[in-house]
Design a protein around this ligand. Structure first.
Ligand code: MN
Length: 299
């Protein structure tokens, strides 16, 4: 038996960034790994206690070709979009915006929020769905599976007969895994999926190897079980999906297939035209797309 097949494939350090004034840790995309299934972007924000005056405000900006997926653990953020949706996301909830052919939105931390902990993800839309009409849905509750003292919230896809209501367009899974005391379990996995795991709080032993925040563990495909051990309270995020077969270009807030599409989207947004619409009610100027001419697009 090849024991390496059952060990962690890659440890990928997250990198520090800043979103709307708050420090974040970006786990996807990185040089080492661009996607896990259709999951193509992963920012871990917090857990942080905010100083007076410190806040996250992301001005109106456009998206194409993807879904934005926000999982709120602590704090509240107000979403506004060009469809006219105005929605506060609260702990335990998912906001899922399908950009399709084009949408714009803003995100503002509520002023009473002093503790913020959230995960922001993007999901690339497959070719046949990437120009569908935009949509926004708030999911107030997600199904929870309890196993061996571990609480597993099914954010996307199916786990142990529990299916998330979140509408996605390719086979994938997203799990929030919480232990409030020492616990040990074995997670069943879909072997057709590739998987990755990010520790959000605390630490864990994954396949017998120590895992802490700041490192994405890429687990590869063809696994049907994942041994997990938490020696104290911990929170983990597991992402998985069928390996995405299409070549995807990701630039600024856009996912596309050809550089011309990215350039057109940037030019249209900066000129106030195109498919994006307007975000009403946000106090401040929208974000401008960077000049696409000087950007080298890497696949
Ligand atoms: Mn956005």
């Amino acid at each position: 038996m090849d024991t390496r097949a059952a060990s962690i494939v890659e440890r990928i350090p997250t990198h520090e960034g800043n979103v709307g004034g708050l420090p974040i840790r970006r786990a996807l995309p990185t040089r080492a790994r661009r996607m896990i299934g259709a999951w193509c972007f992963l920012d871990h924000i917090g857990p942080s206690t905010l100083n007076d005056g410190q806040a996250m405000r992301v001005a109106p900006h456009p998206h194409i070709g993807l879904q934005t997926f926000s999982w709120m653990i602590e704090g509240e953020v107000l979403h506004r979009d060009s469809l006219g949706c105005v929605q506060t996301i609260r702990p335990g909830q998912v906001n899922l915006m399908t950009a399709g052919r084009g949408v714009a939105h803003s995100e503002e931390m509520q002023s009473e929020t002093r503790h913020l902990h959230m995960v922001q993800l993007w999901i690339a839309l497959p070719e046949v769905f990437r120009t569908i009409a935009p949509a926004f849905v708030n999911y107030p509750t997600l199904p929870v599976v309890r196993r061996d003292g571990v609480e597993i919230t099914v954010l996307a896809g199916t786990h142990a007969d529990a299916s998330a209501p979140t509408q996605v367009y390719s086979p994938l899974v997203g799990l929030d895994i919480v232990a409030t005391a020492p616990a040990q379990t074995a997670l069943p996995l879909e072997p057709r999926y590739e998987h990755g795991l990010l520790v959000l709080e605390g630490e864990a032993e994954v396949d017998g190897q120590c895992a802490v925040p700041g490192t994405l563990l890429y687990l590869g495909a063809r696994r049907d079980v994942l041994p997990l051990r938490m020696t104290s309270a911990a929170r983990l995020l597991l992402l998985g999906g069928a390996p995405f077969e299409e070549d995807v270009l990701l630039w600024w807030n856009f996912v596309a297939r050809r550089p011309e599409e990215l350039r057109q989207a940037a030019v249209d947004w900066n000129a106030g035209r195109g498919p994006f619409g307007r975000v009403e009610g946000y106090e401040g100027e929208p974000l401008a797309a960077p000049d696409p001419a000087g950007i080298r697009l890497t696949r």
